[in-house]
Design a binder for this molecule. Structure first.
Ligand code: GDG
Length: 742
């Protein structure tokens, strides 16, 4: 049985009470129409789920819900699982943390954000109620898809209760840059990011939001990432962009309906066949309504010839009217509308037709169809579906003026894009739109319509669910395989039976613990004893493969019958031979790079530079961990920019950033050595990013082992550096006695 569980703060229905009677009423909004149209579609992909369930809160007392059930009043294509909350906690969660902290902060309004601990606590409590509900209804195999900023802590709570759950999360609002996100108290930031990382797949509308999120996770949680994959503990989490689409066909069909065409004709007549500018938004400070009105006022002032010939149908939909900032905004907007109307109106013309209420779907479509210009100018918007809906509804005319600060702007390139605070630019766009010849209007609209019809809301949902499935498969593949006793025994048997063996060991973090200064990691007696025993066996080729310089390796291990590889392969000393340098590039590049590293030494106390033949390294293991990490990100970014199109390679190692010549890495070196020695048994152990190159190069032909947790290309991983020596001792014990008889 395949089930899909959609989770959003609000259920797509509200309960209306009429005396003793209660009724379910469908609510409007982007998310609701998106998911509902998916649920109602009768195609094979939708039908992959035998059952569909929606979890969310009702804006009504619990007893009303039971009354609805008693009346048998549910006829939906999905099941509803309501979450009930107490009114005060919900208020602190919804009007408080969700809409007075997260909403303004994520939309770049830091100055109006409130930081109230009790509201954050309420947020966590409501999220926990949702987790409880999901736990109650969950059955193995269910796919859970959580939506939006009100439930960011939820994925981790669900993951804790159901470790194996297949879980996706989508954020419908922007994810801000780290400089904004970090304004929140540390434990809140952690709870939200760790919360999100409970999901297998985290979706956003745009590339920028994905990057902001990954950057924030790296800065706040110090986790590693590669492209859009985040390595967190022993899990890999994918983050990607999924720009939400609209139900394109539904809008196209509706604007062709007779009743809608009639309504459109009536509207044109009512507005005296003037040019119509239209906008519809929830009442929200992010929508830039005041700036929009200012720009319209300036337009009427600057181009008086358009007075009487133009009407602005300015529709505002009530929203969040329990939050003081919203009440204040409403007052300001209404004042501005009155000022403009008072200033320019004549007996038979009013420049703005202001409405403050909900409108029906048909009326909305008729307005889209009738409008000559849609003026959609939010200061920030995760996506903005109104812009897409207007484009979908246009028939033989229509110009979209769109704020460049909406998520939709990156998809709707043919719109006239404006900065919403730039009155002159918005005015010029209105002027350009009014003057635009019909063929140009149609060409622009058709281009956008093509894209909207291709990536519609169904595609959006299928794409997300397909990638969620892939993210799970990737997780399975990368699941860390701990080197358990069974695997150790198998390895020891293979070792004992092989006639020719290659053992490749990294040094720092593998054979020796990471210490304050690289010079303090000299091998102890125990280690030397084991290395000596392993290298003495006739069938063994023992290789120490390190990023260290040749001189140190020679000094510490040179007396043993083994092969030494220094600087990740730049220098090599075969067992019994002399040191050879494999890289012969002049090292004038160091003069360019060293000053940058020196700058970072000054900016980050206790960091230091290590110079090797083919490498310059900036170590930050002894610094304040937060500062060191932050500086390492900055340094890495500067170095990456600087080394583009050069033969240099920037390596992000374990508490070290290294710059070295391309083509020198442990992976190609390890492969060369294997090709040379042709062993029957290969063991390779390492702990660092640079060792991953070896693991990848050797693939599954070798016993590759990573020290520590985290994502790896190695076949196995083992707990800690201190477990390495005992493992090597076991190899010594399994070495046949006659191996030493030469
Ligand atoms: C969040 C993000 C993102 C509005 N008023 C009426 C009405 N609507 C419909 C519109 C549209 C939807 O509601 C509004 O969608 P938006 O995208 O503009 O904004 P939010 O709902 O605030 O959405 C936003 C969205 O999530 C999706 O991810 O785009 O950035 O903030 O569909 O048509 N529909 C009717 N009457 C109204 O009065 N019938």
């Amino acid at each position: 049985m395949n089930r899909l569980i959609i989770v959003s703060n609000r259920l797509p229905y509200s309960i209306e009470r009429n005396g003793d009677e209660v009724q379910l009423r469908q609510s409007s909004g982007g998310l609701v129409s998106a998911i509902k149209s998916f649920f109602e579609k009768d195609d094979p992909q939708t039908q992959q789920f035998d059952e569909r369930i929606w979890v969310g809160t009702f804006d009504a007392p619990e007893e009303d819900w039971y009354k609805v059930l008693e009346q048998g009043g549910l006829s939906t294509t999905f099941n509803i699982e309501p979450v009930f909350t107490d009114k005060d906690t919900y208020d602190e969660f919804y009007n408080g943390f969700s809409n007075s902290t997260l909403w303004p902060l994520f939309h770049y309004f830091p100055s109006i954000v409130t930081y109230e601990r009790s509201q954050f606590d309420a947020y966590m409590r409501i999220n926990a109620l949702f987790a409880q509900k999901i736990k109650e209804i969950y059955r193995p195999g269910d796919v859970v898809w959580i939506h939006d900023y009100q439930l960011m802590a939820l994925p981790a709570m669900v993951r804790k209760a159901i470790p194996d759950v297949q879980l996706g999360f989508f954020l419908h609002i922007p994810f801000p840059s780290y400089e904004i996100f970090r304004l929140m108290p540390t434990d809140w930031k952690m709870a939200l990011l760790q919360g999100l990382l409970g999901a297998d797949l985290i979706g956003f509308h745009t590339h920028d939001y994905v990057q902001h999120f990954i950057h924030s996770v790296k800065m706040a949680l110090k986790v590693e990432s590669q492209y859009n994959t985040i390595y967190y503990g022993n899990r890999t989490i994918k983050s990607d962009l999924f720009p939400i689409g609209i139900d394109f066909e539904k809008f196209r069909k509706t604007v062709k309906e007779e009743s809608v065409v009639d309504l459109s004709n009536k509207l044109q007549e009512r507005y005296g066949y003037r040019k119509i500018i239209f906008s519809v938004d929830r009442l929200d400070y992010t929508k830039g309504l005041n700036y929009r009105l200012n720009a319209y006022e300036s337009f009427l002032e600057t181009y008086p010839e358009w007075q009487q010939k133009i009407v602005f149908v300015f529709t505002v939909v009530p929203s969040r009217d329990l939050i003081p900032t919203y009440v204040e905004r409403k007052r300001q907007i209404e004042e501005k509308v009155s000022t403009i109307n008072g200033r320019f109106s004549t007996l038979d013309w009013q420049p703005i037709l202001y409405r403050y209420n909900h409108i029906s779907f048909e009326e909305l479509c008729a307005l889209y169809l009738t409008a000559d210009i849609a003026l959609i100018t939010p200061l920030r918007d995760g996506m903005n579906l109104v812009a897409k809906e207007f484009v979908a509804c246009c028939e033989d005319k229509g110009v979209l003026i769109l704020s460049e600060l909406t998520g939709a702007a990156s998809e709707l390139a043919e719109a006239l894009q404006v900065n919403p605070t730039d009155t002159t630019e918005v005015m010029a766009a209105i002027q350009q739109a009014l003057a635009m010849p019909p063929h140009e209007q149609i060409a622009r609209i058709k281009g956008m319509q093509r894209r909207l019809s291709e990536y519609n809301v169904q595609t959006w949902i299928h794409d997300f669910l397909a990638q969620l499935q892939q993210a799970r498969e990737m997780q399975e593949k990368n699941r860390i395989r701990l080197l358990d006793p069974l695997a150790i025994n198998r390895m020891l048997d293979d070792y004992a039976n092989a006639q020719k063996r290659c053992i490749m060991l990294d040094y720092d973090g593998t054979l020796a613990p990471i210490v304050r200064l690289p010079s303090m990691a000299a091998p102890g007696g125990d280690l030397l004893e084991v290395l000596s025993a392993l290298s003495a066996a006739e069938e063994n080729e023992l290789i120490i493969i390190s990023g260290r310089d040749a001189t140190t390796l020679q000094e510490w291990l040179g007396h043993l019958p083994l092969t030494l590889v220094a600087e990740h392969g730049a220098c090599i000393r075969f067992h019994g031979g002399e040191w050879q340098t494999l890289v012969t590039q002049p090292d004038d590049w160091k003069a360019q790079i060293r000053p940058i590293l020196e700058l970072f030494v000054n900016r980050c106390p206790n960091s230091f530079i290590e110079e090797k033949k083919n490498t310059l390294a900036w170590h930050y293991r002894n610094t304040d961990p937060d500062l060191g990490f932050n500086r390492s990100r900055e340094l890495r970014n500067s170095l990456l920019q600087l080394t583009t199109n050069t033969p240099l390679h920037v390596v992000d190692g374990n508490k070290v950033i290294e710059v070295r010549l391309l083509g020198v890495d442990k992976g190609s070196t390890a492969l060369n050595l294997i090709n040379q020695f042709k062993p029957e048994f290969t063991l390779c152990i390492g702990d660092d990013t640079t060792d991953e190159d070896m693991f990848k190069a050797l693939k599954d032909d070798a016993y590759t082992i990573k020290i520590g947790r985290g994502n790896t290309a190695a076949r196995y991983s083992m707990g800690a550096q201190m477990d390495v020596l005992p493992l090597l001792r076991q190899l010594v014990m399994r070495t046949p006695r006659n191996s030493y008889q030469h």
